[in-house]
Ligand binder design. Structure first.
Ligand code: PMP
Length: 437
C-alpha cells in the first residue's frame, strides 16, 4: 500500500508541530516509528487517507465516534448549531437538554457541569472532592489513564501501594506525593493504602471498566469493595467514565446490568467525555447535589470555561445520544463484535500466535500473550513487537487500529457484517505474515 503523501506530510508536520502530531498517542512511536497515516476524510466505518487508501476504522477517534464518521443526524445537528452561532458566552436551552439526558441515563448525577475535555472533567472532580472532604490525597489505580492534568499523570513507585512518582517531566514531586497508586482489581492493596493514608484521602478514582490498558472488567466484588472501603475512610468515590459512558449500553458502567449491585457501587462524582460530545470537544462532571454545590458560583471550588457548553458540542452530543437511544443499537454492535473476536481468536490460534481477547459488548482489546489480563502488570507483560507487526500488517491491508498495544478496538453503529469479513480476511493474512517470519 502506497502512503507517499502521508510520508511527505509527516516530514512537513515535523517542521511545525511538535513530534508532527497534536497528541502523542497518534504517533507511531510505540509501533516502530515512521509516518502516521494522514487521513483526508471519513464516512461511516471508513477512513480515506491522503493517498486515496481506504481503511476500516476501529479507532473511532479513541472512543467518541460511536455512531460512525459523519453520521447524518449528528452532522445536521452540528450544521444547524453553526448556522445559529457557535459560541455565545451565555446559557442556552440546549445545555439543559443534554444535562437532563445525562442525568436520566446516569442517576448518580443530580447536578452536572459541562467542560471541554475528559482531562478537565477529571481534574475538576478531584478539586471538588478535595474541597468537599478538606483532604488532599487521591488514590488511583496503576495503568488507568485519567487525562493529562498533574495529579493523575503519576505512576506507581515500586511496591504494591505507593506514593506516586511523576510520570511526566514538569510535575513536581510534591504533587505526585499527593497521589497513591494501587493495582487495579486488588481490594486488599486498596485497603492497605487507606489504612496508611486514609485520613488524608479525598477520593478514590477509578475507571470502573478499564479502557486504558486494554478493556479490563472489574473482578466480581471489586467495585463493591472499593466503594465500601472508600466510605469507611471518609473518602469520595470518583468514576472516570470518559470512555465507558454510553459505550456498552445507553448509560454508563455504573448502570451496566450484571456488573455489580448498582446501589453498592454508586460513585459520588462521575467524569464524562468522548461519546457525549458526538465527536466535538466536550467533557462533563456530575454528582450529588450536596457535593456539586461546592462548585462556583454556589461554592468555593472554582471551575470555569469560555468554550464550556458551546452549542455545537452540546448539539452534537444530543444528536449522538438520540442515535444511541434507538432500539437494538448496542445489540447489533455486540453481535458483530462477537463475530469479529471469535474470528480473530481462531485465526491467531491457527497460526500459533498467543492472543488474549477481552471483550465487553462492542469493544475489545487484543493482548498478545497466553495469560489473562486483569491488571496493568499483566497488560504490560504482553508482546509489543508482535502487536507492532500485527498493527502494521493490518494497516497495510486497510484496517486502522490504534498504534498502541494498550488501546481498545471500538465498533460503531456504522460497521456492517461485510466490514467484519474484510477485517477477518486481513487478520488471517496478517497472522500468516507474522507467524511465517
Ligand atoms: N479519562 C479516560 C478514562 C480517558 O480514556 C481519557 C482519554 N483517553 C481521558 C480521561 C482524557 O480525556 P481527554 O483526552 O478528552 O482530555
Amino acid at each position: 500500500m502506497n502512503r507517499k503523501q502521508s510520508e511527505l506530510l509527516y516530514e512537513e508536520a515535523l517542521k511545525h508541530i511538535v513530534g508532527g502530531v497534536n497528541s502523542p498517542s497518534r504517533s507511531f512511536k510505540a509501533v516502530g516509528g515512521g509516518a502516521p497515516v494522514f487521513m483526508k476524510n471519513a464516512e461511516g466505518a471508513y477512513f480515506w487517507d491522503v493517498d486515496g487508501n481506504r481503511y476500516v476504522d476501529y479507532l473511532a477517534a479513541y472512543g467518541p465516534i460511536i455512531t460512525g464518521h459523519a453520521h447524518p443526524h449528528v452532522t445536521k445537528a452540528i450544521q444547524e448549531a453553526a448556522a445559529n452561532g457557535t459560541l455565545y458566552g451565555t446559557p442556552t436551552e440546549l445545555e439543559i437538554k443534554l444535562a437532563v439526558m445525562l442525568k436520566e441515563a446516569i442517576p448518580s448525577m443530580d447536578k452536572v457541569r459541562f467542560v471541554n475535555s475528559g482531562t478537565e472533567a477529571v481534574m475538576t472532580t478531584i478539586r471538588v472532592a478535595r474541597a468537599y472532604t478538606k483532604r488532599n490525597k487521591i488514590i488511583k489505580f496503576a495503568g488507568c489513564y485519567h487525562g493529562h492534568s498533574d495529579l493523575v499523570l503519576v505512576a506507581a513507585g515500586s511496591g504494591p501501594s505507593t506514593l506516586g512518582i511523576p510520570d511526566s517531566a514538569g510535575i513536581p514531586t510534591s504533587i505526585a506525593q499527593e497521589v497513591i497508586t494501587v493495582p487495579f482489581n486488588d481490594a486488599e492493596a486498596l485497603g492497605d493504602a487507606l489504612e496508611q493514608w486514609g485520613d488524608d484521602v479525598a477520593a478514590v478514582m477509578v475507571e470502573p471498566i478499564v479502557g486504558n490498558f486494554g478493556m479490563v472488567m472489574p473482578k466480581p466484588g471489586f467495585l463493591e469493595d472499593l466503594c465500601r472501603l472508600a466510605r469507611q475512610y471518609g473518602a469520595l468515590v470518583i468514576y472516570d467514565e470518559v470512555i465507558t459512558a454510553f459505550r456498552f449500553h445507553y448509560g454508563s458502567a455504573q448502570t451496566y446490568a450484571g456488573l455489580a449491585n448498582h446501589d453498592l457501587i454508586k460513585p459520588d462524582l462521575t467524569a464524562l467525555g468522548k461519546i457525549i460530545g458526538g465527536g466535538l470537544p466536550i467533557g462533563a462532571y456530575g454528582g450529588s447535589k450536596e457535593i456539586m454545590e461546592q462548585v462556583a458560583p454556589l461554592g468555593p471550588a472554582y471551575q470555569a470555561g469560555t468554550m464550556a457548553g458551546n452549542p455545537a458540542s452540546i448539539s452534537a452530543g444530543i444528536a449522538c445520544l438520540e442515535v444511541l437511544k434507538a432500539e437494538g443499537v448496542y445489540e447489533v454492535m455486540e453481535r458483530l463484535t462477537v463475530k469479529l473476536t471469535n474470528g480473530l481468536a481462531e485465526s491467531a490460534s491457527r497460526h500459533g500466535v498467543p492472543l488474549t481477547i477481552n471483550r465487553i459488548r462492542g469493544s475489545f482489546s487484543t493482548h498478545f500473550c497466553d495469560h489473562p489480563v486483569t491488571n496493568y502488570d499483566e497488560a504490560q507483560d504482553t508482546d509489543g513487537e508482535v502487536f507492532a507487526a500485527f498493527f502494521r500488517a493490518m494497516l497495510n491491508r486497510g484496517v486502522n487500529l490504534a498504534p498502541s498495544k494498550y488501546e481498545a478496538w471500538f465498533l460503531t453503529t456504522a460497521h456492517k457484517e461485510e466490514d467484519i469479513y474484510f477485517t477477518l480476511d486481513a487478520a488471517e493474512a496478517s497472522f500468516n505474515e507474522i507467524s511465517s517470519k
